[in-house]
Design a protein around this ligand. Structure first.
Ligand code: SAM
Ligand code: SF4
Length: 325
């Protein structure tokens, strides 16, 4: 059974937001002081999430990433992870986190069946980290080291690169990731919501960063397991792989294999589009498994050919944390 959209792309990957809340305030993602969150009773319950993910796996989805907001803010996340990991057909369960609370949860998440994690980290300078996120860098480092110690692998560090904010931290991040055997991925800023649009003022084409790195390191093309859109290089003489995620300078929509489910059960077909389908009312009206499968199949046909971040940067009003970035 496969989920194939009208442009012949097979959907194998779902990003599941378990909450829109977060314990950080990265300025390019969530506005300072923001608290206009969904109420917990609006979130899908663990039973409802399990039903939806079971449906997606029946339809051929094999990878699920838990995200948010900050997924570790959702109570009992390892219990949900364990239930999802047990679903037949789910081969890969991963997590995106800011790592603020990872130290206390790393072991139970690993035991629950999370195999690999992505951690947001835009700088290893504690003062800059505080400016960007309002949080404390040492909590993140503690979380990363705990994750490594329990055997989560690979650990990928996601760094949103912003001109004049952290672009001069790239080499320090390379050294940090090499020393700790993490994979480093650079991300271009996207105009998601007003915060993301303001951050586009700091946008850098990642080709420029790659050219800069090539002056210091010998880079060769590399391959990295995972269901994502990054293009990888390896630093010769080391095990370090560096990924470039370039939704703006070089979009990868023709190979997109994913959809996103918000914490309240809205299925978004594309990060850069408003096409969506509300699953929660159907779940709360006891839709049958067969009908749920059919609804998802029909919804996938709403997936647009490509995002329009460049053509219509004003289009997306929701922040990244609302969609499940
Ligand atoms: N809280 C978790 C974290 O930070 O990893 C998971 C959710 S967060 C929304 C997922 C990713 O989206 C992070 O790597 C973050 O840097 C990225 N992100 C958020 N807003 C963005 C924007 N406007 N442009 C590019 N990436 C963004
Ligand atoms: Fe929170 Fe992640 Fe958004 Fe930062 S990027 S504010 S950690 S959801």
């Amino acid at each position: 059974m496969s989920l194939i959209d009208q442009y012949n792309r097979t959907i194998k990957y779902l990003r599941l937001s378990v909450t829109d809340r977060c314990d950080l305030r990265c300025f390019y993602c969530m506005p300072e002081g923001f608290s206009d969150y969904e109420e917990p009773e609006e979130w899908l319950s663990f039973d409802e999430i399990e039903r939806v993910i079971a449906s997606f796996t029946r339809l051929g989805v094999t990878s699920v990433r838990l995200t948010g907001g900050e997924p570790l803010v959702r109570k009992d996340l390892p219990i949900l992870a364990k239930r999802l990991a047990a679903l037949p057909g789910l081969k890969d369960l991963s997590l995106s986190t800011n790592a603020m609370q990872l130290a206390k949860h790393a072991s139970s998440l690993h035991n629950a069946g999370i195999s690999r994690i992505n951690v947001s980290l835009d700088t290893v300078d504690p003062i800059k980290f505080k400016k960007i996120t309002q949080g404390k860098l040492d909590k993140v480092i503690e979380g990363l080291l705990a994750a490594k110690a329990v055997g989560l692998h690979p650990i990928k560090i996601n760094m949103v690169i912003m001109k004049g904010v952290n672009d001069d931290d790239v080499e320090a991040m390379v050294d940090f990731c090499q020393a700790h055997e993490f994979t480093l991925r650079f991300i271009e800023t996207m105009p998601m919501g007003d915060t993301g649009r303001d951050a586009v003022d700091y946008y850098i084409d990642l080709n420029k960063i790659e050219q800069r790195l090539e002056k210091k390191y010998e880079l060769i093309p590399a391959v990295m397991a995972g269901a994502g859109p990054a293009r990888y290089v390896q630093v010769v003489g080391t095990d370090l792989k560096i990924g470039f995620i370039t939704p703006i300078s070089q979009h990868f929509c023709d190979t997109c294999n994913r959809v996103r489910l918000s914490a309240t059960g809205i299925l978004y077909m594309c990060l850069g589009d408003e096409y969506s389908y509300e699953l929660r009312p159907l779940l709360r009206n006891n839709i049958s498994d067969d009908d749920l499968d059919q609804v998802i199949r029909d919804a996938i046909n709403l997936k647009p050919l490509k995002h329009e971040f460049n053509e219509k940067p004003e289009k997306i009003v929701r922040f990244m944390s609302m969609t499940g970035g």
